[in-house]
Design a binder for this molecule. Sequence first.
Ligand code: GMT
Length: 382
Amino acid sequence: MKIGITCYPTYGGSGAVATELGIALATRGHEVHFISYRQPFRLPSFLARVYFHEVQVGQQYPLFEYPPYDLALAVRMHEVVKAHGVEVLHCHYAIPHATSAWIAREMLRAEHADVAVVTTLHGTDITLVGQDPSFHAITKFSIEKSDRITAVSEFLREETFSAFGCAGCRVSVIPNFVDPAVYDRALYGQAERLPFVEGRKVLMHISNFRAVKRVRDIVRIFAAVAAEVPSVLVMVGDGPDRPAAEEEARALGVLDSVFFLGKIEAVAPLLANADLFLIPTASESFGLSALEAMAMGVPVIGTNTGGLPEVVTSGTTGLLYPVGDVAAMAAGALSILTDPGLHETMGAAGAADARSRFALDNIVSQYESLYRSAVKQPSDAH
Ligand code: GMT
């Protein structure tokens, strides 16, 4: 098939999932066209059957205080569908991608052409941004107009129904995935070892450091653990709350043992260094980084919120606690770190669970069937 994929190209789980899905589809012989304002961060420069179409917003007219990206994206989608015979436009993150796809499809229909629109809901497009009064109606409209809608967890599916009512929405759950061939601890040896660890335990966090990630809690958990067990905290990624994390580490006197590595594309070699993964998030529709940690055999300490319990089985592949319960999370972390048998059992259970429930091959097949059904039998939501 010929598939167009639109996502946010910068760091973030939705862009990572969209890109890895596109690469996997191309490996299976499909032709994949990424349409976005920048080359997605996990997309290597050349891959057979993978194309990138940049959206340019055009001249910055003085009249435009807000350049209309959504319209430029719709025009590019329309152009790419026509030029390459794309059959499905798969939008990752509803706003504004599903709206632009609807416009592109209307333009095609005016020319007696067509394309199927599939929208994957990832998280804040439903739980936060989509519920903002300035976006609520258009988000509801755009998802209802999609031929197929998927959500990355049962939690997000339920949130979609409760936030939008969405009488016409048929939301299927297709979870995120990992490639077991990449997320395999055995592949990474001494060369990938972090030089500053010096025999200490490694607690790791990977995110875009937004408020929802509760980075201060991460540092507080770490400080409590480091008081008992020699350890370092490795913070991967970047975002608005990085200064807050630094401030907290300074205030707690642990800044010397906290290492901020910035944005790093390939996280598997880093996770190979980790003893524990921390994700004390306030809300998470899925928690792709937790799944990546599990696949690498790293037990997860997190919160029992949103879709995270659908990924991490508390007591088996990690330990989950109420949001903000730093003391419990620190105690949980210590219970794993000080019991090598438990650490090994949980790590192995995570790696096995990631492979059995979230393996790339199985999930990509689910998307392929969805595309086929959307092309053969589009929804009547026109
Ligand atoms: O929804 C967001 O906040 C952005 C999005 C992203 O691009 O990182 O994150 C969401 O999608 C990821 C991939 O499906 C999920 O793993 C994250 O849990 C989810 N984030 C939230 O729900 C806060």
